[in-house]
Design a binder for this molecule. Structure first.
Ligand SMILES: Cc1cc2nc3c(=O)[nH]c(=O)nc-3n(C[C@H](O)[C@H](O)[C@H](O)COP(=O)(O)OP(=O)(O)OC[C@H]3O[C@@H](n4cnc5c(N)ncnc54)[C@H](O)[C@@H]3O)c2cc1C
Length: 481
């Protein structure tokens, strides 16, 4: 019987545990797996509250269907029929700039007609193909990359809100290489982003004409940006967590924080010992750590001090999600889209607001009501994320009044606060991850996963959990994978 301990009950740990269990079952490997979650509830950043007819997300409101891993997980778990794609209207995204909402243009001609950027700002983007590419291994910030290729205004008006929406981060610190590797690849391979876009579009049209390509990329995303349609479950993203818990059953222990992972020098009872907060010790042949980087740093302080130091250098931004419900009839704004993000140059106190009941119509707010989720804090305004909930609601109401003209009474409210919300892949991130990987490599069966290293989206977590599970199975049964 092989013993495996997975530490962390967010989507990364749950998916890793599930893939190890199903992989071992398929190969006939006898397995005793334990998943340890420190908090009383599972799910980590995934949390869905269902109350008064509202279904509200405290963390992610879905994943993009342009990548296969989360969809595959949902189907493997028998959740296919519960999947809920976002509405077509949710393709319309807005940026609030110079006191007005601007729809993000969806095509190059629409972009040049749009007033989101000034005319010089738009013309500067046209110069992009003439800018020489940087050396491919140059680790520059998103702001440096964007200013170099597209101009300072494009960074302020486009890149800054885009990275707020994903990382709640600061483009002057985030690494383009770590956050958006595809963009770096396009620069390397085509010498220019615009040239890449045009070439890929042309190739796609050719392939279409010859019948060699599907009619549209899943969700219709562009070649450089995140592609796919935002997708969740009818009863909320936490459905994934609930189902994983059901399938893993008694293997899951909540309220059971790990304190350290050490080497088991005795050997006979497995390579590792996982020490719990209450002093209990679990012997294990393999261990997967699917906890935030600072928790990995604690757990590995003795066993792999170099990995511990590198993991500790990965910082986090705080965020708060303020969900407010209103009577539809009391809101004049049509809320006809996904919502809006705000560049930092606007000096507002929120990062943006998502029109949840328009994204998933009929599934997030009761008939006749609307639900908005406003994101506050991030690397931009970290102190606001920690305000008392009543103050947060007041901040958000003030901003929604001023931006959308919503002055109606609140009929529903829920505040979620994440003091350490999203890992920041700042310049040097890939180097830090390399140091973690190298320091862990000499410890067979010890695997690090989670959103702190190779992507912060749910899709990144589920993809990496497949890698982690394959590595664990290979370590307990060499030649099995
Ligand atoms: C506000 C917000 C909105 C987001 N929106 C989206 C979105 O729309 N789409 C998307 O794809 N992604 C989104 N994300 C990102 C996504 O939610 C996360 O990247 C993902 O859920 C992280 O999963 P994880 O399992 O790696 O980490 P976590 O969810 O952080 O889970 C780690 C778990 O480890 C546990 N733990 C920590 N230390 C220990 C210990 N010592 N012992 C045992 N357990 C421990 C924690 O309690 C936690 O449950 C969002 C994130 C936030 C915060």
């Amino acid at each position: 019987m092989k013993r495996v301990v997975v530490v962390g009950g967010g989507i990364s740990g749950l998916a890793t545990a599930y893939r190890i269990v199903s992989g071992c079952e398929a190969r006939g490997i006898p397995l005793a797996l334990t998943l340890l979650e420190g908090e009383p509830r599972l799910g980590g950043k995934i949390v869905t509250e269902r109350r008064d007819g509202f279904t509200v997300e405290g963390g992610p409101n879905g994943f993009l269907d342009g990548k296969p891993e989360t969809l595959r997980l949902a189907h493997d778990l028998g959740l296919g029929e519960h999947l809920l794609p976002s509405s077509d209207a949710a393709r319309r995204r807005f940026v609030f700039r110079h006191g007005a909402l601007h729809a993000l243009p969806e095509s190059p001609p629409a972009f040049f007609r749009s007033h989101l950027l000034s005319l010089p700002g738009r013309l500067r983007i046209l110069a992009e193909p003439f800018i020489r590419p940087a050396p491919p291994d140059l680790d520059e910030s998103l702001a440096e990359f964007g200013t170099r290729r597209l101009g300072a205004e494009a960074v302020d008006a486009l890149l800054d809100p885009m990275v707020s929406g994903v990382y709640a981060g600061d483009p002057r610190k985030l690494s383009v290489w770590a956050c958006f590797p595809r963009i770096k690849e396009l620069e390397r391979d085509y010498g220019s982003l615009i040239r890449a876009l045009l070439t890929l579009q042309r190739e796609r049209r050719k392939a279409l004409a010859s019948g060699a390509a599907p009619a549209a990329a899943p969700g219709g995303g562009g070649p450089a940006g995140p592609s796919g349609k935002l997708t969740s479950f009818a009863a909320g993203t936490e459905v994934l967590v609930e189902r994983l818990r059901e399938v893993l059953g008694e293997r899951v222990r909540v309220g059971a924080a790990a304190r350290a992972v050490t080497a088991n020098r005795g050997g006979a009872s497995g390579r590792y010992r996982v020490v719990l907060g209450n002093g209990e010790v679990l012997d294990a042949d393999a261990v997967a750590l699917a906890v935030p980087a600072y928790a990995t740093a604690e757990l590995l302080a003795e066993l792999a001090p170099v990995a511990s130091t590198a993991a500790r250098e990965i910082g986090y931004a705080p965020a708060a999600v303020v969900a407010l419900g209103f009577e539809r009839s009391a809101v004049r704004h049509p809320l006809d889209g996904f919502g809006f993000l705000i560049p930092r140059t606007e000096g507002r106190r929120i990062l943006g607001s998502l029109w949840t009941s328009s994204i998933y119509p009929g599934h997030r707010a009761p008939e006749g009501r609307v639900l908005l989720r406003t994101i506050v804090g991030g690397a931009r305004n970290p102190e606001i994320a920690g305000l008392p909930p009543d103050d947060l609601v007041e901040v958000v109401r003030g901003e929604l009044r001023s931006i959308l003209g919503i002055d109606a009474p609140v009929v529903f409210r829920e505040v979620f606060q994440w003091p350490v919300a999203i890992p920041q892949y700042n310049v040097g991130h890939r180097e830090r991850v390399r140091r973690v990987d190298e320091a862990v490599a000499p410890h067979p069966g010890l695997v690090i996963t989670g959103n702190a290293y190779r992507g912060v989206g749910i899709n990144d977590c589920t993809r990496d959990s497949e890698r982690a599970a394959t590595q664990i199975i290979g370590s307990i049964q060499p030649g099995a994978v």
